[in-house]
Design a protein around this ligand. Structure first.
Ligand code: CAA
Length: 389
């Protein structure tokens, strides 16, 4: 029975995860290295709880806040039953955190990481309970986004997976479990593929940044443009995930814009400037975009759909799971596979073949897409594509 949750790291994700845990009735221990970070987290949680109270989603923000204990010492994690780590994406740092959690927490406790890019097995090896270490990947902002990806490492046992899925549900989240760990999980493999095609279109002078984002927002009806979303997530985070995917074997799509922004220290919303300018560092406001654009939505999603179909073909998740990830992790109005079925898999295939013929290896169409198209299952208007209608 999980009663108390320790959250390590009080930054963008950690403070939100602690808030979600407290909102769903758990006792929470929030730990970070300095009181500056903890005080800032307390302010952000208070602001967010006040927003929820204004909207009558909760009655007593103070009662929720009281459930969270803040400290720089791991002593407050001693009696916790579950830990979620959300410190910066540095393996050595995460290993130190896990070693410490392993030494202070009871042997029954599960240790989860919110990493989006570091191999979970590598983190688990820092502990004496590798089978009880798991990935529990939340989305920004954690209070709003419903998805949690649950990722077993090569050591994780089934009981740990089951308990993590159950906890995610108790935290009012929608869990999607991967069959086994792949770099970037489902969410970030798709996210990076969307950004890669967006970047390719701009760098190959097919479109401007604003035109790409206009199609994303106005035609695909995504809540943000793709460059806008990259700014929101943080361009340093995006580049880290991108590098992890390519160094761990995913064919790259050459693109210099993202790395250049990071080198200029324009990191997106957090620094006040990325592909767009924001009112102040850390303050997001919707960007202005043209109403119409020549960018073809089926071209823009083609590489992401190819990636998703590779995951389906390899049994990592189902087409339905891919859709759940995009709807609840990125607030897409509908799933990516459903979008592909709507624009037509024949159109997706045509775009993939066209871009592949220009020398971009990553666009090599999967056997799954090719066979669906050759069987005439090209999507919604044929009654079948990735889904049946
Ligand atoms: N606490 C409480 N409420 C909050 C909040 C918070 N922290 N943040 C936003 N809200 C509320 C607002 O009060 C507002 O409520 P009402 O509609 O009732 O007024 C609502 O959420 C929408 O917020 P805004 O009006 O400020 O702005 P918006 O309509 O542009 O929505 C957004 C903002 C919800 C972030 C939306 O743009 C969105 O869904 N964007 C996509 C976000 C996304 O894809 N996240 C995933 C990133 S990838 C990731 O996280 C994983 C990784 O590993 C990189």
């Amino acid at each position: 029975m999980i009663r108390k949750i320790a959250v390590v790291g009080a930054g963008t994700m950690g403070h939100g995860i602690a808030e979600v845990a407290a909102l769903s009735g758990f006792e929470v221990a929030l730990i970070d290295v300095s009181w500056d970070f903890l005080n800032r987290a307390k302010e952000r949680i208070t602001d967010s709880l006040n927003k929820l109270a204004e909207k009558k989603q909760i009655n007593d923000p103070n009662a929720v806040l009281q459930k969270i204990e803040f400290n720089t010492s791991y002593d407050i994690a001693k009696d916790a039953d579950f830990a979620i780590e959300a410190v910066p994406e540095k393996l050595e740092l995460k290993k130190t955190v896990f070693k410490t959690l392993d030494s202070v927490m009871g042997s029954h406790a599960i240790l989860a990481t919110n990493t989006s890019s570091i191999p979970i097995s590598d983190i688990a090896e820092a502990t004496g309970r590798k089978q009880k270490v798991i990935g529990m990947h939340f989305f920004n902002p954690p209070v709003i986004m419903k998805l949690v990806e649950v990722i077993p490492s090569k050591y994780t046992d089934q009981d740990t997976v089951d308990k993590t899925v159950e906890l995610a549900k108790k935290m009012n989240k929608i869990p999607v479990s991967l069959k086994y760990e792949i770099p970037g999980f489902v969410s970030n493999r798709i996210f990076i593929r969307l950004l890669q095609e967006a970047c390719r279109e701009v760098e190959d002078k097919e479109a401007t940044i604003e035109e790409v984002d206009s199609t994303a927002r106005n035609k695909l009806k995504l809540p943000m443009g793709l460059f806008e979303l990259a700014d929101y997530v943080g361009l340093d985070v995006v580049v880290d995930i991108w590098n992890v995917l390519t160094t761990r074997g995913t064919p790259d799509v050459k693109c210099s814009m993202f790395k250049a922004k990071v080198e200029e220290k324009n990191l997106g919303v957090k620094s006040g400037k990325g592909f767009y300018a924001y009112p102040a560092p850390g303050k997001y406001a919707k960007v202005q975009l043209p109403d119409s654009s020549k960018v073809d939505p089926s071209r823009l999603i083609s590489l992401a759909v190819n990636e998703a179909s590779w995951m389906v073909e390899n049994g990592i998740v189902s087409a339905k799971d891919v859709d759940t990830v995009m709807i609840y992790g990125f607030n897409f109005p509908k799933g990516l596979m459903e979008m592909a079925d709507e624009v037509g898999l024949d159109n997706i295939l045509r775009n993939l073949e066209d871009i592949y013929s220009k020398g971009y290896q990553a666009y090599k169409p999967t056997n799954l897409i090719k066979s669906l198209v050759s069987e005439g299952k090209t999507g919604k208007n044929k009654g079948e594509g990735f889904h049946k209608y």
